[in-house]
Design a protein around this ligand. Structure first.
Ligand code: 1HE
Length: 265
């Protein structure tokens, strides 16, 4: 039985008919959910020890903002070696989010800045409400991204846009953020959490092996040269279709029991 240590700055609960959706809420609202070392380690611990039966997760922030990034009050006295290990600690934690046990949906509102954007980028789906804004203030604080942002953010929006954000302090609003690919969904103000849970319930209904392939195989295939990518894709396709659950689902469709694909409004 997996267990994780409860942390005062994270609220964990389960939703859904079968408690299949984990809701992870950052609860440092008074500090705009700034991520201190304890919180980063707690996130790592949580994703390493996700309770059995959880099939998707939502990450949200308490209060008006999603996350103000790195807790700047902890930055002051680090030397180069400590800075290196600190960044690697973030990498380890956010790798557990991206390549963890379940797909993760971030519910974004207002500030999604610095390490907050790095956390959101490690999630699989981002739902932003109309109040959301995105920035990388590292440039103006005299530092650099250290939580995997230099790898993940260019893959969402391209290196040129990230360079501009860091050089000029450009802040993207919710509409432009969705347009350039920072979020896949844009919803009215205050609606991000409910939409994220709705999506998480839907995601949890997929065959676990399909979700696994999307989380663990797709990003790696996308980085491979085409020839290797095609081969890895074929391997993953063969494994996924051989699962008993895939056979059941295909039969359900062929015998008229499964939902058809319908145009969505
Ligand atoms: C913080 C932090 C923080 C707020 N670390 N304490 N991130 C930044 O450079 C963003 C810094 N924060 C802000 O620009 C603003 O706080 C917000 C736009 C996010 C929100 O503004 P607002 O007016 O709602 O809140 P506030 O009054 O600025 O902040 C409320 C409290 O939270 C205040 O503390 P208080 O004790 O005076 O009440 C703030 O000091 C505190 N607070 N943000 C510490 N980030 C792995 S490398 C990643 C590198 C980075 O992420 S660099 C970017 C850091």
């Amino acid at each position: 039985m997996k267990t994780f240590t409860q942390h005062p700055d994270i609220h964990f609960e389960r939703l859904g008919e079968e408690q299949e959706v984990a809701v992870i809420r950052l609860t440092r609202g008074a500090k705009r959910n700034a991520l201190n070392d304890g919180l980063i380690l707690a996130l790592r611990d949580l994703f390493e020890n996700m309770p059995e039966g959880v099939r998707s997760a939502v990450i949200a922030g308490e209060g008006p903002h999603f996350c103000a990034g790195l807790d700047l009050s902890e930055l002051k006295e680090r030397d180069a070696g400590q800075g290196l290990h600190h960044s690697r600690m973030w990498h380890a934690a956010l790798e557990r989010v991206q390549y963890g046990p379940v797909p993760v949906i971030a519910a974004l509102q207002r500030a999604v800045v610095g390490g907050g954007l790095e956390l959101a980028s490690a999630c699989h789906i981002r739902v932003a409400d109309a109040s959301t804004f995105y920035a990388l203030p590292e440039g103006s604080r005299g530092i650099f991204v250290g939580g995997g942002g230099a790898v993940r953010i260019p893959r969402l929006i391209g290196a040129a846009r990230m360079t501009d954000m860091m050089l000029t302090g450009r802040v993207y609003n919710a509409q432009d953020g969705e347009r350039i690919g920072l979020a896949q969904y844009l919803v009215p103000e205050g609606a991000a959490f409910d939409k994220a849970v709705e999506l998480a319930v839907r995601v949890a209904q997929n065959a676990p092996l399909t979700n696994y392939a999307l989380m663990h195989a797709l990003p790696r295939i996308a980085e491979q040269p085409a020839d290797q990518g095609f081969f890895t894709e074929a391997m993953m396709a063969a494994i996924a279709q051989s699962a008993p659950e895939a056979k059941t689902r295909l039969n359900d469709f062929l015998e008229g029991r499964a939902a058809k694909v319908r145009k969505q409004d």
